[in-house]
Design a protein around this ligand. Structure first.
Ligand code: HEC
Length: 313
């Protein structure tokens, strides 16, 4: 009987280790509760960007809100776990899925290019620091020059004035707008959320993000599309304030990959998935090591048990 007990104990230990493999999609992220997904990873003094995500994530509504006309109202629509209440989201295959899955570096770099050249016009990414880009395979000199492309407000200087200076690797990505009001004013009343944690803030975030980027089409006949809104077959309520961001050839890839809408969408989705969980690969590695250790340990314990009890029965 004893060895059964030991085995089940070891098994229990394995089960405890297993969550290390959970993907962000299955992790218990509370996107709908007051804070935003940020609360799972963010320090308590989380800066404004959490609020940006929250703005789109906070309201838990029933279907009606999706049909509301004001841009503010419909923002609430996407909150609930993606697929459940909104349209069904197609399930794609991603390189980083599964216990052994890893990000594809060239894809992350392409996705970063799409973010920088397209999305950054409206969306901030304030949880990502330029130095973090080393994980994408950029070297120090490249990171310095990428950072220097951005102007950052710093200060106050000795005269008490704020001033602009080129970005450094220790700076984080900035929002293109001075504040939320300016962002709304430029976007017909709707607030483009910070994208740092967007993949975690939406149910089935990776597939959802890809889906809305490729989900633009002409509104079906009879669909009452509000002013300044765009039809999207995967956005809950089908009306989104974001104009279709990706067009064929929106960017020119340095590695020669054809920049189709689908390709750019996959790439930027990979990049934003990395941004929302930069330590995923590390987490999986640790999980695997723990599992391995537990297995060896279980074997050792079993051998010990047999030896100790050999003469007893
Ligand atoms: C012209 C400005 C603009 C550009 C460029 C833009 N967006 Fe947006 N985006 C918006 C606005 C405005 C919203 C808010 C939409 C709403 O609430 O209806 C938004 C919302 C979003 C959302 C949240 C959807 C939800 O579930 O609430 C995601 C994700 C997103 N954008 C991703 C992207 C990505 C990725 C890119 C680059 C490929 C991009 N956006 C480019 C303006 C923009």
């Amino acid at each position: 009987m004893q060895h059964k007990l030991l085995l089940s104990l070891s098994l229990a230990a394995l089960l405890i280790a297993a969550p290390a493999f959970a993907s962000p999609d299955t992790a218990p992220v509370q996107a709908t509760v007051d804070g935003s997904a940020a609360s799972t990873t963010a320090p308590a003094d989380a800066p404004k960007d959490a609020a940006a995500t929250e703005d789109n994530a906070m309201t838990k509504t029933d279907g009606d809100a999706q049909e509301m006309s004001a841009p503010e109202g419909h923002e609430a629509a996407a909150a609930d776990d993606g697929g459940h209440h909104g349209p069904a989201i197609p399930q794609e295959e991603w390189s980083w899925e599964g216990p052994f899955g890893v990000f594809d570096r060239p894809q992350l770099q392409r996705g970063f290019q799409v973010y920088k050249q397209v999305c950054a016009a409206c969306h901030g990414l304030s949880r990502v620091y330029f130095r973090n880009l080393s994980a994408l395979g950029y070297n120090e000199a490249e990171i310095k020059s990428i950072a220097a492309e951005t102007q950052v407000t710093d200060g106050p200087n000795d005269d008490g004035d704020m001033f602009e200076r080129p970005g450094r690797p220790s700076d984080h990505f900035r929002s293109p707008f001075a504040n939320d009001q300016a962002a709304r004013a430029a976007n017909g009343g709707a607030l483009p959320p910070d994208l740092s944690l967007i993949v975690r803030a939406r149910g089935d975030g990776t597939n959802y993000l890809h889906a809305i980027l490729v989900g633009y089409e002409a509104a079906p006949e009879g669909f009452a599309l509000n002013q300044n809104m765009h039809y999207n077959k995967y956005f809950p309520g089908h009306q989104i304030a974001m104009p279709q961001p990706l067009m064929e050839g929106s960017v020119t890839y340095e590695d020669g990959t054809t920049a189709s809408i689908d390709q750019m969408s996959r790439d930027v989705t990979a990049f934003l998935t990395w941004a929302s969980e930069p330590n995923m690969e590390k987490r999986k590695q640790v999980g695997l090591k723990v599992m391995l250790f537990m297995l060896v340990f279980a074997g050792l314990m079993y051998a010990t048990k047999r030896k100790v009890w050999k003469d007893v029965h």
